[in-house]
Design a protein around this ligand. Sequence first.
Ligand code: ES4
Ligand code: ZN
Length: 325
Amino acid sequence: ALEHQAILDLPKTELHIHIEGTLEPELALELAARNGITLPWSTLEELRAQYDFVNLQSFLDLYYQLMSTLRTAQDFRDLMLAYLEHAHHDGIRHAEIFFDPQVHINNGLEFDTVMDGLLEGLSIGRERYGITGGLIACIVRDLPVTSAMDTLKALESRREDLLGIGLDSAEVGYPPSLFTEVFSRARELGLHVVAHAGEEGPASYVIEALDQLQVERIDHGIRCSDDQDLMHRLASSDIALTSCPLSNRRLQVVQDLRELPLHQFLEGGIRVTVNSDDPAYFGGYLAANYEALIDSGYSLRECAAFCRNGIEASFIGNRRQAVLF
Ligand code: ES4
Ligand code: ZN
């Protein structure tokens, strides 16, 4: 349809994407074979049967298991290049990309191996497609706080190669306030700071992320619509929300995209953006997320507003940029 081409043509950013969440089942099996890793599933059909998620944790269980197939810098470069090919097809001009260094370190990899592979992929992708981007290292909130602090120390020497740090993984029971000290040190290093909050957790976790972690963007933040004061605060402080519609539906945060409060966020003057989160797991890359919104009653004008918000909420134009321009 007409909207389909218009969606592809809009200049888009992606501010909420986990590179490990772009690992397609085919590539996971290929890497498992290449690296001698044994997974519980040996065929594509068996593996594909594992993607019916009932909540965030049921997804994370598979996501962390498949992550164990990533072993070498080349694996990370290939993963990044496969993502950037999708990004180019979908009309993405700029991507700020999460990764989970803690998990790879726990799998026995060097932090530099992961960084070098991802940065090489970004650099080739910039030449090939003109896509700018950078990396945001996420702290895995359901691992011990001491592990988060160790991870921060590991990335200190590579801080010039990073845009910032984030906070992800299982949300409920792991409030942002656990990581106040970690985020304070990250800010001292000159890193941008963002956090997942208000995905499965309550609006009060968003308030904690703002007050205690002093984050510049909230990842997901869907539950902010439960709290009118918080909505006003987001609007007046220009804190962006990185919403991920297909993710929310697949993880049963909502049953129908019409339940998402994105109209309310726009009307309330909140800088809400659209992103793909873990596209290999949730049924579509960025353009598919926009198209699903169109199918659920969002206008092309609203989609253009999401794109504009993405440009404004990005860390483009700041000094700390890994592979920008
Ligand atoms: C994630 Cl959808 C989602 N939520 C929280 N943490 C994550 N890590 C990767 N995908
Ligand atoms: Zn996410």
